[in-house]
Design a protein around this ligand. Structure first.
Ligand SMILES: [Zn+2]
Length: 179
C-alpha cells in the first residue's frame, strides 16, 4: 500500500493532478499549483539479503515478520537510508534485524516489485554470529539449500536465482492470491 500525498511537501498547498509537458510528452501527475513541486512517485529502493550462516553449516536464515498474519518466512529486507551505499545498508539491516555480522556480499540482482512501488536490490550475504532477532521479526528458521522454497514475488525470484547459481533447481510455493 502506498499513500499519495495530498499537500505540497514544500509549501503546503493542496496538490492537483496537473498535466505538464515532460521529456516523454504530456504527463499528468500530482503537482503543486503554487510552487510547481511534483510528486514523482519514483519506486523506493529496498535492500534484501539471502543470509548464508557460515557457522550453521551454510544454512540460509529466513525470518517471519511480526506484522504478517501467515506463516511466511522471507529474506531479510530493509529500506536504504540516505548517506549509505547499498552494501552498507544491507550490512546494517542484517545486523539490526538478526545481530549477525556480514563478512561478504555479492549482488544477486535487481528485482521488480511494482505492487509496493519498490525496486529490490538483492544480495547474497555471508554472515556469522548468534541470531538475536529485532522486535520487527517474530521468528526465524535455518534452511538447508535443498529445503528452501521460493515464492513468486521480487525477493522470492532473488532466492531462486541464487539457488540456481548454487546448482539447485528452485522449488516454488504458490501463495494465496492477494485481494
Ligand atoms: Zn508548493
Amino acid at each position: 500500500m502506498t499513500h499519495a500525498p495530498r499537500f505540497c511537501l514544500s509549501c503546503g498547498t493542496a496538490l492537483q493532478a496537473l498535466t505538464v509537458d515532460e521529456d516523454g510528452g504530456p504527463k499528468s501527475r500530482l503537482r503543486c499549483p503554487a510552487c510547481g513541486w511534483t510528486h514523482w512517485n519514483n519506486p523506493t529502493p529496498v535492500l534484501a539479503a539471502v543470509v548464508e550462516c557460515q557457522d550453521q553449516e551454510g544454512k540460509v536464515l529466513l525470518a517471519r515478520n511480526a506484522a504478517w498474519s501467515g506463516r511466511m518466512f522471507a529474506l531479510i529486507t530493509g529500506f536504504m537510508e540516505a548517506g549509505e551505499t547499498p552494501e552498507e545498508g544491507i550490512t546494517r539491516e542484517v545486523a539490526e534485524e538478526t545481530s549477525l555480522q556480514v563478512h561478504e556480499l555479492k549482488l544477486i540482482g535487481v528485482y521488480d516489485f511494482q505492487r509496493m512501488n519498490q525496486i529490490i536490490i538483492a544480495y547474497h550475504a555471508l554472515a556469522s554470529g548468534e541470531v538475536r532477532l529485532s522486535p520487527e521479526l517474530a521468528e526465524h528458521k535455518m534452511f538447508a539449500l535443498a529445503d528452501l522454497r521460493c515464492w513468486r514475488a521480487g525477493t522470492g525470484y532473488a532466492l531462486a536465482d541464487w539457488l540456481r547459481g548454487r546448482g539447485h533447481d528452485p522449488q516454488f510455493i504458490e501463495l494465496p492470491a492477494r485481494t
